[in-house]
Design a protein around this ligand. Structure first.
Ligand SMILES: [Mn+2]
Length: 440
């Protein structure tokens, strides 16, 4: 990765002011010395390649660059072993200047551009350094800097795509290992152990806490205590990181036994139809992710009509969002150094200037809607869920009853959830599903 070139491009996109980019810091668990595994801030990593906590990059208005780090305390060596010197770290990132992180406050002024940190310790530090109350940080953060960072990080070059594909290759092995372990009588946590083993053996972090559940209808189910019963489905949504921290994000849904029941197979085919329609739409040059979302939801609606759970004019049904009863989330998001790439920069990532996220139920969870450009890596992950509480709430109001067969739906309320997800590269000619194919 050419980190110096990335910094030069950022300086060109954001020509005024001193640009400050902070690294992550350690997050304590029970007391300051007991910490969670360190995870670097993605933007700091993108522009420096460094995995150092408590550091900062400053790109001055005249183009000179400085890396702020704390010189290691000689006494620390007994706990940490030898660590690189500030000069060695700066050389790794091809940064000329070095300075002391503890004196960073002296170099922060009115013309310094920064992004509001998402880490609470860094919020407090920045508040102290700038003299601004924490609650005022958002309005002083530089949206222009955020947009410059988004513009660069959104377009993945060949080396970044190779990293994402290596993460997907490992994720494929994780999923195969997990699938082989699925068996009625085991716990979900048994499957988690099988899923993680290939990544742990490679010292690879997970891009996010994996979802391994027989209750796929709970969208972000992160508990693993259910026993797998015969007739269950197991939904696995996971991704490892690559060597340089790029993420995979793949979902598969498997039967607990050898095959799906007839009803599960019909619903699975409906989701697969939606996913293939979404992937096909990503291949249309100039499409938006909103259209990808709608293409998948249109296919899902048609399939659910065939099954007998929906009815009526498909376009009207789509516009009114009737499918959101079955798929209350968006079709996908950007993928890169974060699983939801750059989500800390808010809707500037997924929505073009002048456009806004819809407030309609379902579309309000669409993280990415803008026009897709060559170099974007995105996910396409439709699902179909039977969420009893949501069904009851809609049924009680006869909500969108022109499009939903509530009487028929009652028989499906215990069908739980299915999702299928792949990672897609947008190219100049169309799109490509990344990674070695993963059976679905
Ligand atoms: Mn995803």
């Amino acid at each position: 990765m050419n980190y110096a070139q990335r910094r030069l491009q950022l300086r060109k996109l954001v020509p005024q002011g001193d640009i400050l980019i902070l690294s992550a810091t350690h997050v304590p668990r029970n007391y300051p010395a007991e910490i969670y595994p360190f995870h670097q801030d993605s933007t700091f990593r993108y522009f420096t390649g460094l995995n150092e906590p408590d550091a900062a990059l400053m790109i001055l208005a005249d183009g000179t660059e400085k890396l702020y780090v704390s010189a290691p305390d000689p006494g620390d060596v007994i706990w940490t072993g030898p660590v690189p010197s500030p000069r060695e770290l700066a050389d790794l990132a091809s940064i000329e200047g070095i300075a002391d992180y503890r004196k960073l406050a002296n170099d922060i002024g009115k013309s310094t551009l920064w992004i509001e940190p998402y880490d609470f310790q860094l919020k407090l530090r920045l508040s102290e350094w700038t003299g601004l109350p924490v609650s005022d940080l958002p309005k002083h953060a530089s949206r222009e800097l955020g947009r410059g960072i988004i513009a660069l990080r959104s377009i993945k070059d060949d080396a970044e795509i190779a990293q994402i594909e290596s993460a997907i290759a490992l994720t494929r092995r994780m999923i195969a290992n997990a699938r082989a372990a699925i068996e009625p009588g085991k716990l979900e946590s048994d499957i988690v152990a099988a899923l993680l083993a290939p990544a742990i053996a490679k010292e690879r972090d997970q891009a996010f806490n994996p979802i391994v559940t027989t209750h796929g209808e709970t969208l972000h189910n992160e508990t693993y205590h259910h026993r797998i019963e015969s007739g269950d489905m197991v939904l696995i949504d996971c991704g490892s990181e690559s060597e340089l921290g790029y993420c995979a994000d793949i979902t598969r849904t498997f039967p607990a036994g050898d095959v799906f029941s007839d009803r599960q197979q019909m619903l699975y085919d409906a989701v697969l139809r939606a996913q293939l329609a979404g992937i096909e739409q990503t291949g249309i040059v100039g499409t938006t992710q909103y259209d990808v979302h709608m293409a998948a939801c249109r296919a899902l609606t048609a399939a659910l009509q065939d099954i007998g759970l929906m009815k009526g004019n498909i376009e009207d049904s789509l516009i009114q969002g009737a499918h959101a009863l079955f798929m209350p989330h968006g079709i996908g998001h950007m993928l890169g150094l974060d699983a939801h790439d750059m989500e800390n920069y808010g809707d500037d990532v997924g929505y073009a200037p002048g456009t806004k996220r819809s407030t309609q139920f379902g579309l309000d969870a669409l993280r990415l809607a803008r026009r897709l450009e060559p170099g974007f890596v995105i996910t396409v992950e439709p699902g179909c869920y039977f969420i009893p509480e949501l069904i009851d709430r809609w049924a009680a109001k006869k909500h969108l009853a022109d499009f939903i067969r509530y009487d028929e739906l009652e028989k499906y309320r215990d069908c739980r959830g299915i999702r299928i997800e792949d990672d897609i590269l947008i190219t100049a000619q169309g799109s490509r599903v990344l990674g070695p194919g993963i059976e679905k």
